[in-house]
Write a protein that binds this ligand. Structure first.
Ligand code: GLV
Length: 343
């Protein structure tokens, strides 16, 4: 009997989902979170036919050079700036993401950060925990109301739209900017009005960033953009570190040129810019916007479904539903050489 193809899962996920691979694959799942070097990653990928990886695995030409059997890399994230798609495609390796299943959880979290930053929840909690609540000042801990103010969304994909829809509950008009304007019906459903980027920066009281990190969006919010924003504005980033120039943001927050920020992502994370750590008007979290049990389970299920589908199993057999580089499929379908026995 032919040996089963091997799949490597780079981090602990949800066992019941990973178990769905077992009838068809020899599954190697990492038992603990590990930060692999490029060489370690290359060695892991070298022996497998499929890989399910997380954002901290950066997979490019060097990592797949020796991965002659590898046919699909399923990313456990919607964003895929950790994958060099051109290099994977050139190597005939398919790639998939976990689009859609996390939209609502990330949208909820963007609102949590927005409200938390506007109402100074992080700093207030630190103050309470430090035992400083001896007397409450009537004018202590004054924050900013968001209701009725203008919400801006930069990057109006499905997560941006889910954030915009929630604005109705807060009576907030919504402006958005996006690479391309949305169809009118979608704008209506989100009650959102398209504006150019300078108008978005100028008019937003609360600005949420939900755009992918690409060479074009790197530092989309830098010193020049921050200078166009209202000094009373609140900025939220649930997209990717690197979209905001964190040093410029820290300077704006410190100097009162921006009221507050809520950040789930950072340039060079898990490192956080020390100037941000020193500020009280920024609410920080460790890249957890999609981290609910249901959503992280669903993300695992999607990655598993894509691997199964690629190898001809499950309801999407032959058509991985979240393929990022369909052009790789023709190459990737070439017959595989016999699987060597594990030594
Ligand atoms: C998380 O940041 C993701 O892209 O899913």
């Amino acid at each position: 009997m032919a040996a089963k193809p091997r799949v490597w899962v780079s981090r602990p996920t949800f066992d019941s989902e990973v178990a769905r691979l077992e009838p068809h694959f020899e599954v190697h799942a990492e038992p603990e979170e590990t930060k692999f070097t490029s060489a370690e990653l290359a060695a892991k990928l070298a022996g497998c036919d499929a890989a399910i990886v997380g954002l901290k695995e950066r997979v490019g030409a060097a990592e797949v050079a020796g991965a002659k059997r590898l046919r699909i890399v399923a990313n456990l994230a919607v964003g895929y700036d950790n994958l060099d798609l051109a290099a994977l495609t050139a190597a005939g390796i398919a790639a998939s993401n976990t689009a859609d299943v996390l939209n609502e959880s990330v949208a909820d979290y963007a609102w949590a950060l927005l409200l938390g930053a506007a109402r100074r929840m992080g700093a207030a909690e630190r103050w309470l925990r430090a035992g400083q609540w001896h007397a409450t000042e009537f004018k202590g801990w004054l924050g900013t109301d968001v209701r009725g103010r203008t919400l801006g969304v930069l990057g109006m994909g499905r997560i941006g739209q889910a954030i915009a829809r929630r604005a109705q509950g807060f009576g907030m008009p919504v402006l958005y900017h996006n690479r391309s304007r949305l169809p009118e019906a979608v704008e209506r459903a989100c009650r959102a009005r398209y504006v150019d980027k300078p108008a978005l920066l100028r008019e937003s009281d609360c600005l949420v960033l939900v755009l992918p990190l690409t060479p074009e969006t790197h530092h989309a919010i830098g010193a020049a953009e921050l200078a166009q924003m209202k000094p009373t504005a609140v900025l939220v980033n649930v997209a990717r570190g690197g979209i905001v120039d964190d040093a410029a943001l820290a300077a704006a927050l410190r100097e009162g040129r921006l009221a507050a920020a809520g950040l789930d992502v950072f340039e060079g994370e898990p490192r956080v810019h020390p100037d941000l750590l020193a500020l009280d008007n920024v609410l920080l979290s460790p890249h957890i916007a999609s981290a609910t049990t249901d959503t992280r389970r669903a993300m695992t299920a999607v990655a598993v479904d894509n691997v199964l589908a690629f190898f001809g199993h499950g309801p999407h057999a032959g058509h991985p539903p979240n393929l990022l580089n369909p052009e790789a499929l023709a190459l990737a379908r070439a017959p595989l050489p016999a699987h060597p026995k594990l030594t």
